[in-house]
Design a protein. Sequence first.
Length: 413
Amino acid sequence: MNTEYYRRNTCRLCDSKNLELVVKPAATPPGDRYVSADDLNQVQKIYPLDVFFCRDCGLLQLLDVVSPNILYGNYIYTTSISLGLVEHFRQYAVNVIERFHPKPNSLVIDIGSNDGTILRHFQALGMRVLGVEPATDIAQKATESGVETLATFFSPEVAQKIQYEYGKASIITANNVFANIDDLSTLIESIRSLLSPNGVFVMETGYGVDLIKNDVFDNIYHEHISYFNVKPLASFFRRHQMELIHVDHVETKGGSIRSFVQLQQDSPLVDESVKTMIQQEESLGFDRPEPYQTFANKIARVKIELIDLLTNLKSQGKTIAGYGASVGVTTLLYYLELSELLSFLVDDNPIRHNLFSPGHHIPVLPSDTLYEKKPDYVLILAWRYAEPIMKKHPKYLKQGGHFIQFLPEVKVI
Ligand SMILES: [Zn+2]
């Protein structure tokens, strides 16, 4: 097996081979690999981003799996950096405790626990906590700050070791983890083995329906290999002797679902939310390939219109910059073929400044550069934040500049 990447030929949830290619973004390098000036001579390899739909269980997924070593080699993101997420996880912990009333001092385990943000909230609510986090530095810092964290990938062996040393867990959480892991059967079996008989497993992950409905094409990148809807998830859990008992639809990351899962029992406490969401998915056709094909066609139309506009401006001698330098921007730059049309990118995150975009090596500069270099047009690549970006830069419009939006439709401001 290639150690950098492989393509599986079966569905990640149900092992079916009945898979249909529905969306075909361009192949890209790992989207987060913005490089420094010293590394510009290194060629960055590209990997396919083809999105497949399983005709048997309905999972939307990438079959090309890039090795975590390549994707996360220089992983620096920590949860508390984004302030919004700290409050999100506080409410999340309160919500779980209020719903299940575990005994004081019950064990809560978070898989992919990062800097321990959610566990700190569970701790404040009287729970005993344990994190599992593969990024060694982040795990160590979490432990030092009072949230004990094992610096390792979660595996059947680790699950066994935890059970032996800490006992079974009343609550296990995994947030934004399921979408990034290829072998979900092993993962869920390990979780099941570690959950106490009346325990609950809670996970939050991006919602496939929202990806399509909200045109979040830029959420397709190599880290996200699955885009979950409720229906395929419910049958997946059932195949592993677990039961999806409740789902919340939440706003996080452009639309997510929070799923509550228990071990299968004689009378599972499944509530209406599961049935309601599955019915909605079916009535909108998300258990069939058509909505995904319609989405791909829409993005293709946006591409033609945008390239037409930008090529025209370019031929009139106008300069164009891009706003945004995230992992998802890489998907956009490649698919929309923007590399020759943009002189530079700007971003508000200082971590990105003076780096170069993956593969194309477009320079990334601070957003104040708009007032020095005065590009005639700025294409808002971080399109979901178009409003705050334009509010932040009225001076740019005053100096005669124009913003270009491209989703949900192409528009010059
Ligand atoms: Zn399937």
